[in-house]
Design a protein around this ligand. Structure first.
Ligand SMILES: Nc1nc2c(c(=O)[nH]1)N[C@H]1C(S)=C(S)[C@@H](COP(=O)(O)OP(=O)(O)OC[C@H]3O[C@@H](n4cnc5c(=O)[nH]c(N)nc54)[C@H](O)[C@@H]3O)O[C@H]1N2
Ligand SMILES: Nc1nc2c(c(=O)[nH]1)N[C@H]1C(S)=C(S)[C@@H](COP(=O)(O)OP(=O)(O)OC[C@H]3O[C@@H](n4cnc5c(=O)[nH]c(N)nc54)[C@H](O)[C@@H]3O)O[C@H]1N2
Ligand SMILES: [Mo]
Length: 770
């Protein structure tokens, strides 16, 4: 059954779902500052962590001595001012530090079938996992298991597989660089490139586009460039909630007179103003700084057409004003300029306006801002990537930047806003289902293994593989695969068809309850906690969204003596899988410096890793594209000429995007509120334009049912949602993940990136039928 809830019944969300009346008010409070401080206070209080929470806030993101905030991948403050805290980072850290525990008594009291009826909030709210557990089908309960027995269970299941490609190894973007390296080594020494990861659902499109255009999978702008840019474009990101420390950069940019253009179908809080959290004077006087100068509201999926329109204006102006295009840069560094010019000139304004959903005058205004700026950064997140044309759209960003030489100069560059705190580091350190032959060659030589050469499965491919039983062992290194992926009806069935599912986790979640015939929960220590190994206290490293690598060291006592670190768990699993392996698994875990020594030899840019990572603030991985050295087939930055494509919903349908609320971290939901959007006590909502609501005769807070229409003609439903009027273009709607994943069809992924179309669902919304 592809539906959630039942007709006539209000839907229940993943949050606490306390019986309070939903409210929406126009929220005029600036983001961050005191609102955030109050909200943090509540979180600290409710997790009874006021004292240690406050202490943690002060050690977070300290260079050298602190731990890296697991909240997001925005770079740390580097100016010696260690109070660049954000509300959501603190919530995230406190979530890990809870005093509540899920122990063997807990599992003894509840069957898995019973727990499956609990809300996702209730599951995680039980606290930290304390020891390894194995599923017992006779009692339908998880029961304790010794670590060695758990390792052997996984090892023997893997050894029994006739084909190593019948196993898949998922990574959630928290995993440290060191653990990541060991993890991919285990998978590849075992014999598969089946390394799906969460970035298959977030920035796969960005990586592919940047690689094709510039020969680097990452953004080239650094945080110092953010401090110098004259214009900043912020596209498809809810920064105030999901990358809150960006607000500080935006406020500073506004003060120095930079233009800040927000491109988003929804006008989000970050486009307004903020109280900069570490400016105590400003906090005391409630003084807010602006964080935006111009808002553009394209239709969902309309960004490619908008960007093309801006380029078209530049080409129109160029004959009379040669300064709008940097021909010297273009001639020296790029390929495909004439084709791109022809492509932009061919495009009609009518199509551009129709496909972008933005009128010509506004596009000309944005083009004017762009052409007046001598240094421009364009940043983006999921609003652009979780789309059919995600790769083309990111390439269009690069096209536009190239026209004015906005790459490789201070204050310029593409700047994707990455998600999980180390999702970028995961890819750098080898989590890639399509590794390059060059990487595999080096890995083979340095680690003396024979890695498989064929491409492996990504997230969607892994789900399909489990469903058709070609994949039968699933290992989840962090994350919440069952809930984060599209189409739970299909994905749950896929996971249940596995012979074995293994979840390395910190807290109880849905993925423990949707499991294979055999199932393990392997609990690990978190970022904030002491990682003691034979040679002493260990640090791990992470890479932020701007390619800076630095150390992270936890200081808290782990919540249970029976927990292991992620590197130790991986090494234990690897040794059990590969008893005759020549890899020094045990020695690696004794001292993580040894892992870093090998990484230094395998990974380009990691030379002298152990030395450089201990420097103040770590180091930035060298990036040839930043030096205008493009590792593309033409050895130049390459323009692209993608067709704009049709992003409009068919007549009579609407386009719906799924997104996060302010009070959630992916599948972890802290409360049912979404402060900056003014919503309280409600997650099962759909934001709609008021005129659409009138057309459908829906009063404010009307109960609605939503049906999504997949490419293959199948439908999926949610019932009993609540329509909430919002400033969003007509014909567009938005609501929260992971609840709305029910509507995401497993077969609907981008042909360009294989990313599920989580922000581009064709739907019908109608009044609930009783
Ligand atoms: N507090 C907190 N921080 C987080 C996370 C979290 O859950 N909570 N998650 C982390 C992760 S893994 C990631 S990947 C990032 C995600 O960060 P975001 O990308 O901000 O995540 P979403 O909430 O999905 O919001 C997407 C934004 O895109 C807009 N959008 C939707 N469709 C379109 C479109 O067609 N065009 C444009 N221009 N915009 C569009 C939406 O209105 C919304 O503002 O945040 C990371 N940081
Ligand atoms: N519809 C829709 N779906 C989406 C998205 C969307 O925008 N719309 N966004 C997608 C995106 S961008 C992403 S990144 C994915 C997120 O996908 P995931 O990364 O798989 O999910 P999370 O919710 O971040 O994972 C939370 C779990 O991680 C575990 N955990 C926390 N800290 C640690 C740790 O230190 N170590 C280990 N081993 N485990 C830990 C806890 O057990 C917790 O329950 O969701 C995707 N799903
Ligand atoms: Mo993400």
């Amino acid at each position: 059954m592809r539906s959630q809830g039942a007709p006539g019944v209000p839907a229940s969300g993943c949050g606490p779902g306390r019986d309070k009346r939903p409210k929406q008010k126009d929220d005029h409070h600036p983001s961050a500052g005191w609102g955030a401080a109050r909200s943090v206070g509540k979180v600290l209080f409710s997790s009874k962590e006021v004292l240690s929470g406050t202490r943690a806030m002060v050690t977070m993101n300290h260079e050298q001595s602190g731990f890296d905030c697991p909240g997001c991948a925005w770079p740390d403050d580097r100016n010696g001012l260690h109070l660049d805290l954000c509300e959501n980072g603190i919530k995230h850290v406190t979530w890990e530090m809870t005093r509540k525990r899920v122990d063997r008594d807990f599992f003894d009291r509840h069957t898995v079938s019973e727990l499956a009826g609990w809300s996702d909030f209730a599951l995680e709210d039980q606290g930290r996992l304390t020891e390894p557990m194995v599923y017992d089908p006779i009692t339908d309960k998880y029961v304790p298991i010794e670590w060695d027995a758990a390792f052997e269970l996984v090892g023997s299941a893997l050894r029994e597989l006739r084909n190593p490609n019948s196993a898949a190894f998922y990574t959630s973007g928290r995993l440290s660089n060191e653990a990541t390296f060991l993890y991919q080594l285990w998978a590849r020494e075992f014999g598969t490139n089946n390394l799906p990861d969460c970035s298959n659902m977030c920035h796969e499109a960005s990586g592919r586009a940047l690689q094709a255009a510039l020969g680097t999978g990452k953004g080239t702008a650094d945080i110092d460039d953010w401090d110098e840019a004259e214009a900043l474009f912020v596209m498809g990101v809810n920064a105030a909630s999901n990358a809150p420390r960006m607000l500080t950069a935006l406020a500073e940019a506004h003060r120095r007179g930079a233009q800040i253009v927000h491109v988003n179908p929804l006008v989000e809080a970050a486009s307004r103003r903020t109280i900069v959290p570490h400016e105590f004077g400003a906090m005391a006087t409630f003084h807010a700084t602006k964080t935006g100068t111009f808002d553009v509201q394209p239709r969902i999926g309309g960004d490619l057409a908008l960007l093309r329109g801006i380029a078209k204006v530049l080409f129109e102006l160029h004959p009379t004003d040669p300064s709008v295009i940097d021909m010297d840069f273009v001639a020296a560094n790029t390929a495909g300029f004439e084709e791109y010019r022809a492509c932009c000139e061919r495009e009609s304004w009518a199509d551009i306006v129709l496909q972008s959903g933005v009128d010509e005058r506004t596009i000309r205004k944005v083009a004017d801002i762009y052409r007046r700026s001598n240094k421009t950064i364009i940043s983006w997140c999921l609003g652009l990537t979780q789309q059919e044309h995600g790769v083309d759209t990111v390439r269009e960003i690069v096209n536009l930047l190239l026209l004015r030489g906005n790459i490789g100069r201070p204050g310029t560059g593409p700047s994707p806003v990455r998600g999980h705190s180390n999702v970028q580091g995961n890819r750098t350190c080898g989590i890639d289902h399509r590794p390059t032959q060059q990487f595999l060659d080096t890995l083979a030589e340095v680690c003396r293994i024979a890695p498989p050469r064929a491409h492996g499965l990504d997230t969607v491919g892994t789900i399909a593989g489990m469903h058709d039983r070609t994949v039968s062992v699933f290992v989840g290194m962090g994350g919440n695969f069952a809930l984060a992926t599209p189409d739970p009806a299909y994905t749950f069935e896929a996971l249940r068809r596995c012979a074995l599912t293994v979840q390395v986790s910190t807290k109880l979640n849905r993925s423990h309850l949707v499991h294979g015939r055999a199932a393990l929960i392997l609990p690990c220590i978190g970022r904030t906690e002491r990682d003691e190994q034979r040679s002493g206290l260990q640090s791990v490293s992470v890479e932020d969204a701007m390619s800076r690598v630095h150390l992270s060291k936890g200081s808290r006592k782990p919540p249970s003596p029976l927990l292991k670190s992620e590197p130790a768990i991986i090494a234990g699993l690897a040794r059990a899988t590969l008893p005759n392996s020549d890899t020094a698994w045990e020695e690696y875990v004794d001292n993580y410096d040894r892992i870093r020594d090998v990484m230094a030899r395998v990974l380009p840019g990691f030379e002298d890793f152990n030395l450089r990572v201990r420097e103040r603030n770590g180091f930035r991985i060298t990036q040839p594209a930043r030096e205008l050295n493009f590792h593309t087939p033409s050895e130049r930055a390459e323009f692209s000429t993608a067709a704009m494509g049709d992003v409009l919903p068919p007549t009579g349908y609407m386009m719906l995007g799924t997104m996060r609320s302010h009070d959630q971290w992916n599948t972890t939901v802290y409360s049912d509120n979404d402060r900056y959007r003014g919503v309280k006590n409600l997650r099962t909502l759909v934001f709609m334009n008021r005129r659409d609501m009138e057309r459908l005769e829906l009063p404010e807070f009307a109960a609605v049912d939503i049906t999504s229409f997949a490419k293959d003609g199948t439908t999926r439903h949610v019932y009993g949602y609540t329509a909430v009027a919002y400033d969003i273009p007509e014909g567009n709607a938005a609501g929260y993940m992971p609840e709305l994943n029910v509507l995401c069809p497993i077969g609907d992924f981008s042909e360009q990136s294989d990313q599920p179309l989580m922000k581009h669902l064709t739907v019908k919304i109608m009044a609930s039928q009783p």
